[in-house]
Design a protein around this ligand. Structure first.
Ligand SMILES: O=C(O)CCC(=O)C(=O)O
Length: 264
């Protein structure tokens, strides 16, 4: 796909009011997605015995296969609409739910996890498969980003893909919007938007790559996250508080962390 699309004023208003965006033009054609999916096993092969796909975080630092996705100009055009001309990418994380798998993502706000300030981070979630209510597609509470951070608690559940969840009673799950995407399409969400996803009881895989972009004004607390490192996507960084890494050179590589306590 070659044409790029900028967000319209109506889409920007919707994002700022509701905390998410759907209905965006596809980033990758069906043909391109087929090629991208055909390569995925080469990356999965880097998982060590006992590891799950949940370990596939920030591997764009080590793999040009992923780096090309997170730096895709069509994605960056969308992000630029929200963050403005100067921003970096620091996070990527696969959320892969195999057919008939029990993994859930409990309701949470991303920003609660992150030692980043100010709040100026947008997530792009790119669908590797068609995703909907049947295979555990994401749900989000519109407008929930307009309040502050809500207290989270530890989720003690082997099926939970992440470790913290919102206290019950702090939001109304009935207000949630169901995300539906075709493979190659993206959703976008605000760092304070309440969202989560259920298990995948279907016969279809539900794979997505979540990518985190922040304005260059966003500062990571490096005492909390000493491994934090980014790639400048567009513009200039006049703030100078973000460590930047060189682009990867290998097609397939993995990022390993010194600390078990990762940022997302
Ligand atoms: O893929 C999912 O179900 C959840 C993803 C998520 O929580 C995120 O992208 O922030």
């Amino acid at each position: 796909m070659s044409s790029s699309a900028r967000l319209s004023p109506a889409q920007l208003k919707f994002y700022h009011d509701q905390g998410y965006l759907l209905g965006l033009p596809p980033i990758f054609s069906a043909e391109e997605m087929k090629r991208i999916n055909a390569e995925l096993p080469r990356l999965l092969a880097l998982l060590r015995p006992g590891e799950t796909t949940n370990e596939m975080r920030e591997w764009h630092h080590a793999s040009t296969y992923l780096y090309e996705i997170v730096m895709n100009p069509r994605i960056l055009d969308l992000v630029e609409g929200i963050l403005g001309p100067d921003f970096y990418v620091w996070g990527s994380h696969f959320f892969i739910k195999e057919p008939r798998s029990p993994g859930t993502v409990p309701w949470h706000q991303d920003a609660y996890y992150w030692p980043l300030s100010p709040f100026n981070t947008v997530t792009v979630w790119i669908a590797f498969d068609d995703v909907d209510e049947e295979n555990g597609g994401m749900k989000l509470i519109p407008g929930s980003h307009l309040g502050g951070l809500i207290k989270h608690r530890h989720k003690d559940d082997a099926n939970s893909i992440i470790q913290l969840e919102l206290e019950q009673g702090t939001f109304n799950a009935n207000d949630a919007v169901q995300f539906r995407l075709k493979a190659g399409e993206v959703s976008m969400h605000n760092d304070k938007a309440v969202h989560g996803s259920q298990a995948n009881p279907s016969d279809r895989r539900r794979a997505g790559l979540t990518i985190r972009y922040s304005g260059t004004n966003v500062k990571a607390d490096l005492k909390v996250s000493p491994d934090f490192v980014a790639h400048l996507c567009r513009g200039v960084d006049t703030y100078g508080h973000t460590p930047y890494a060189a682009a990867p050179t290998a097609r397939y590589g993995r990022k390993d962390y010194r600390r078990k306590d990762r940022i997302d």
